[in-house]
Design a protein around this ligand. Structure first.
Ligand code: FPP
Length: 343
């Protein structure tokens, strides 16, 4: 959860600028499309807004100041839903599986590519709503490894062209909305001209301090874990860390997402109840929201509705909820023993 911007303190000590310079592209000689920015580990002093266990790796630059909230720019319908939200309990990170482009087109007897084109419009509109409400992290599954391997070449080529033209034609809107763009996935396997455009958009938006929009491209959750284990194994060779000393934090440090908090909320459109190899490690405690709505019909108001649903949930992280009958969490051992004995 994030604190309402008005309640936040500056997350960095006076005179210390937040880490910058990470553009989410492959690190030469390193893992593809990923990696913690070198300066991120120096953010161990980060305190306050981020309450999760891995706060030390999370970048400060996506923490909002009150100046970045732009509620007045929401539509009247969006404002009505936003008014029902608790600003102090906004998720920090929303991840979305954007599904249903093909069906959207099929329902209209249109070619699949028109569904993708419409889907790209949804990407922009949802990102802008996210930036207006001060959502720090938005991560969209835009192109999976499986899409790359299993879709007809013509569709893959179309998606690559769409991505390039999307980046080019929306850069100014990203700037106007203070959105910073990044990527996760094996992006080095994408066509060079696509990588160039991605680098251009990431670099142009690198100094923006609002929502970080991360596009998962040529991404797979299992391959991310393979890449993370390779990175960790290489590190262990140098540090001589014994395998039985490996911690969850060590694995986390080598994920593409090392610099961001885990998603609080995962939205999937088009009604499918699948994770489709998305952020497998990161969603261990993420709340899942599935909507029948197809991605090309998904708008900012639907993001707000999903957040409203999220805020009605109780997150327990495997513990006892606030509403448990015996809030103390203590077990009356004698009563339990008698219950067990009585069968
Ligand atoms: C699933 O639709 C969606 C994708 C293949 C990925 C999402 C792509 C976009 C939203 C388009 C462009 C994105 C950017 C960032 C420019 P599907 O084809 O699997 O739909 P279906 O299940 O109905 O066939």
């Amino acid at each position: 959860m994030v604190l309402h911007p008005a309640q936040r303190q500056e997350p960095w000590p006076p005179g210390v600028a937040p880490a910058r310079g990470f553009h989410g592209l492959p690190i030469p000689g390193g893992r593809a499309g990923s990696g913690m920015p070198p300066a991120a580990s120096a953010l161990g002093w980060l305190q306050g807004p981020i309450s999760k266990c891995r706060e030390s790796n999370i970048e400060a630059s996506s923490l909002y100041s009150s100046a970045t909230l732009r509620i007045h720019e929401l539509t009247a319908e969006e404002r009505a839903v936003y008014a029902t939200l608790k600003p102090e309990r906004l998720p920090e990170h929303v991840a979305i599986i954007m599904d249903g482009n093909g069906r959207w087109a099929g329902h209209r007897s249109l070619k699949r590519f028109l569904g993708h084109q419409q889907g790209a419009k949804s990407v922009q509109l949802v990102t802008e709503t996210a930036s207006r409400i001060g959502l720090p992290w938005l991560t969209l599954y835009a192109f999976s490894l499986e899409n790359n391997l299993r879709r007809p070449r013509a569709e893959v080529n179309f998606l690559m062209r769409l991505l390039r033209s999307y980046l080019e034609s929306n850069l100014q809107r990203m700037m106007d909305n203070n959105v910073r763009m990044r990527y996760i996935g094996r992006t080095h396997e994408l066509p060079p001209e696509v990588q160039d455009k991605m680098a251009w958009a990431a670099e142009a938006t690198a100094r923006n301090t609002g929502t970080t929009l991360t596009l998962a491209l040529n991404y797979g959750g299992r391959s991310e874990l393979v890449d993370a284990f390779r990175g960790l194994a290489a590190e262990m060779k140098h540090t001589h860390l014994s395998p039985d000393r490996i911690t969850e934090e060590d694995i986390h440090r080598h994920l593409y997402t090392a610099h961001m908090p885990d998603p609080d909320l995962l939205i999937r459109t088009s009604g499918e109840m699948r994770l489709s190899n998305y952020l497998l490690w990161q969603i261990a405690y993420t709340e899942i929201f599935v909507t029948e709505r197809l991605w090309p019909d998904f708008r900012g108001i639907h993001l707000l509705e999903a957040i409203a649903d999220f805020q009605r949930r109780e997150r327990r992280y495997g513990g006892l909820g606030e509403g448990s009958a015996d809030g103390s969490g203590e077990v009356d051992e004698e009563a339990e023993r008698l219950k067990i004995a009585a069968g």
